[in-house]
Design a protein around this ligand. Structure first.
Ligand code: TXA
Ligand code: MG
Length: 380
């Protein structure tokens, strides 16, 4: 059953017990795989354990953490007494838990330390599906607070070696579960508004299309609307406070600058795009320059022959255009791999904001920031 993961390999069991001991007795964070990205976990209900997450990552204290549970009984220990789970949440949990969906719940400060919620009235909770994550929570027998296991501002790790390189010497145990299947963080959903609408605060592994489909199927009479932050609603207060992932702080940035090559998306207000031709000319002005390219294998940048004079190009293909889940799976790996290969800058080609492409572009736009948008017109 969901609440009792099976642990068969003695090696695995030994690693899980060591990790659990580190969490429960030493109150030290442990890095572990989830189906989305690697997490840096600590006992959620212990303030000194949780505070070490912030110091290890260099994370600002006003950015709240997600609490991870391995069972529904464990979820209910975190919720206010007599709390009635909204119908929309019941539907979403039925389809997407365990999995890459995080839900906001009312937070009772008598139960949830305010260090986790950063004094927000809500707490973000998810039930991961990765067997190692589930087993670790079950063996520790306690909910784990876990952000992505990267230093604050860096791309999230999707392989154990990404964690090792980024947090080298800062974390005692890294459980290696191979490459994360989803490759992007969970979708963060707020269904607590009195208007009954579902607000997607951070697009992620569970797509908006799938959320809409499930709500239509399960709540036939009056399914709630699904609103995507920045696409369908703005919330100035929320954007000023860092409760919306990636709003206030630098995010997803490798050590080298990331440029977004776009043809369709209009850049945000105030962004002055560069022109492709003059960008290329500026690169050639300072040879030799190494440029990493992240693009679908069958896209314009993925297939075009590239000018060789003065520029060394390295392509990291992001799967076929028709399969955005593959692009999601490879994006962070691509950023971190190109960075390690020593490129001077990374050029990412826009993908369609559909299905997993919405979350991909959300991360890419944040990595590119406000001054590295390049306009490309097909004739160029
Ligand atoms: O897939 C994931 O969600 C991964 C794995 C490890 O589970 N975790 C993850 O955690 O991405 P983190 O801390 O990197 O991102 C969680 C985001 C934060 O940026 C925060 O802004 C948002 O969730 N969040 C947490 N609690 C919140 C709350 N009460 N209200 C609004 N947003 C919240
Ligand atoms: Mg993160």
């Amino acid at each position: 059953s969901l609440s009792r993961p099976v642990i068969s390999s003695p090696d695995t069991l030994r690693a899980l017990e060591a990790a659990s001991h580190e969490l429960v007795h030493n109150l030290q964070p442990v890095a572990f795989p989830t189906e989305t990205v690697y997490g840096l976990g600590a006992l959620a209900l212990n303030v000194s354990a949780t505070s070490r997450i912030f110091s290890t990552k260099g994370r600002p204290a006003d950015n709240p953490l997600i609490v991870h549970v391995s069972s529904f009984p464990m979820l209910h220990t975190l919720l206010p007494q007599d709390y009635v789970v909204p119908d929309a949440y019941t539907a979403l949990m039925k389809h997407f838990w365990p999995g890459a969906l995080t839900l906001l719940f009312p937070s009772d400060p008598k139960t949830i330390p305010t260090i986790i919620t950063a004094n927000q009235p809500t707490v973000a909770i998810r039930m991961p599906s990765h067997p190692v994550a589930r087993a670790l929570i079950a063996v520790a027998n306690a909910p784990l607070a876990a952000p992505s296991a990267n230093s604050s501002g860096k791309p999230s790790p999707t392989r154990a070696e990404h964690v090792q390189r980024d947090l080298d010497g800062k974390v005692g145990i890294i459980l290696d579960g191979g490459a994360c299947g989803v490759g992007l963080e969970s979708t963060v959903v707020d269904g607590l508004h009195t208007d009954g609408n579902i607000r997607v605060l951070r697009p992620g592994g569970i797509t908006v299309e799938d959320i809409e489909r499930v709500l239509r199927e399960e709540m036939k009479v009056s399914p709630p609307k699904v609103l995507v932050h920045r696409r369908d609603f703005r919330d100035e207060a929320m954007e000023a406070a860092p409760t919306t992932p990636g709003m206030k702080y630098r995010h997803y940035s490798p050590a080298v600058p990331v440029y977004l090559l776009y043809t369709v998306s209009p850049p945000p207000d105030g962004v002055q795009p560069l022109e492709a031709d003059s960008f290329l000319a500026s690169l050639r002005a300072e040879p030799p320059v190494k440029v990493g390219i992240l693009a679908p294998s069958d896209s314009m940048l993925g297939t075009r022959s590239l000018p060789t004079d003065g520029i060394e190009w390295t392509r990291f293909p992001l799967g076929p255009t028709a399969e955005p889940s593959v692009t999601a799976h490879l994006l962070f790996d691509g950023l971190l791999t190109l960075e390690r290969q020593g490129v001077d800058l990374i050029l990412i080609e826009e993908v369609q904001e559909e299905r997993e492409g919405l979350a991909v572009m959300n991360r890419v736009k944040k990595a590119a920031g406000e001054c590295r948008w390049i306009r490309f017109n097909e004739s160029g």
